[in-house]
Write a protein that binds this ligand. Sequence first.
Ligand code: HEM
Length: 512
Amino acid sequence: MDETHLFFICVLSLFSLIYLFKLAIHHLKTWNTKNLPPSPPSLPIIGHLHLINGPIHRVLQHLASKYGPIMSLRFGTRRVLVITSPSAAQECFTTNDIALANIPLLLTGKYLSYNCTSVINAPYGQLWRDLRRIMTLELFSTTRLKHYLGDRQDEVRSLIKDLLKESFKDFSTVEMRSRIQGMSFNIIMNIIADKGFYGTEVEDVKEASEFKEVIRDIFEVSGTSNPSDFIPFLRWIDYQGLEKKLLKLQKKSDRFFQKLIEKYKCKRSGLKGKAMKFIDAMLSLQESEPGYYTDDVIKSNILILLLAGTDTSSVTIEWALSLLLNHPNVLKKARVQIDEFVGNKRLVQETDLPNLPYIQCIINETLRLFPALPLLVPHEPSEDCTIGGFDVARGTMVLVNAWAIHRDPMVWDDPLNFKPERFEKVINKGYHFIPFGMGRRQCPGSGLANRVIWLVLASLIQCFEWERVGEELVGLSEGKGLTMPKDEPLKARFKVRQTMCDVLTKVSEFVS
Ligand code: HEM
């Protein structure tokens, strides 16, 4: 590089710095005259990051009790707005729904969602609308949910059959987490690509173990917080080597899902007229618009369905079972309802759902106390807006603490206790109960999730007797992860109910 070049670059950098500095001063001046939400004292550079020294939903609840239900924080260079009241949540998802329909760009999104081309992190615009419409039509509409009913039922029966293999005359102990997770993955992979990678009936063992490895790594990386999302300087030096790790993982996962697509493309020609899976729908669209529905967009959305649709349901099932073990009266009441309506001559099935409302109350109460995504998904205003009379700048990260709203004594009677009966009264819970979010980005998979969780719980309650491993209650502390899991995998004691022996003998013959 010659001297003139160097001089030119120095002058340009100086002017850029002066411009950025002026812009920052102007911004500060403008925003100092605004009505900003209360905020705790902060530290230079890191802002309030040092305060996050435990499960984030708990820390934010504690801070909100001091600074109010609309509170402003700073995580490094990023402004954060924390919402902890139903009325402010309502304002976010009604008056400000369009302004807040964007999702902040985070490093994991960039690498694992092929530059934010998945429905969960695509910017609010045409691609997001198209993906959301395709998913609603192909996965979540009442017709499609009915279409996939057999797949769900088969997976739940496999779970029952698996448990039968380990049940003897007396109680035996079983670890439930891995079984429930495997079943959830199979259900989602079945509707995506007609594949199941867990259990004893896997077709291609090598492919299954590759899948499990990729998924384990992705969940691990997605579940860890990444300081360089908030302090850009750390990104330049690749603090903790996360970016390198993400790049490696992206390549590994890309290889796996590209192979899956290629295999499906070959298989597809022989499937004409047969049951359509999600991947079929995407590949059909690709035929007419190859530049828009690229392989990357397809892979990105397969991955996001696996991330959004598996652990969320399986952690909820695990929490629900744990709560039932701690509340045998609730378990008994649910069983009485099943026995009265379904009896013991057949297995409970999804079509019984409207006649067994108490199990839905158990699910709602579980989601109230242990929402799988306690802070929903972060939103980001695309323009300046106001919430609860406070000014909120464009680009702020908005976190809605659903976990804290669900436990607010001003909103819920006896909020810390597990009482499914509270959902028996048909009252509009509105923005008091938001485990699936609200507004245009609310969870499109809630219908599917409710059906799966319902069928699993109903089947486990109908077929087996359940009790705790010891005298003490099952621990209900939350652990770390992308969703909010129990810290310890659930272990329980179970045995086949005498009255169900005949039906279960047929099930085990049928499924094997
Ligand atoms: C208990 C189970 C589940 C819970 C608690 C849950 C919760 C949520 C929440 C809180 C959001 C964010 C809403 C917002 O931005 O305000 C979300 C988004 C989403 N969920 Fe779920 N979810 C569950 C199951 C599922 C399932 C089974 C699927 C699909 C198979 C799914 C697919 C999605 C997708 C694609 C989005 C992104 C929607 C968008 O940005 O337009 N979820 N979910």
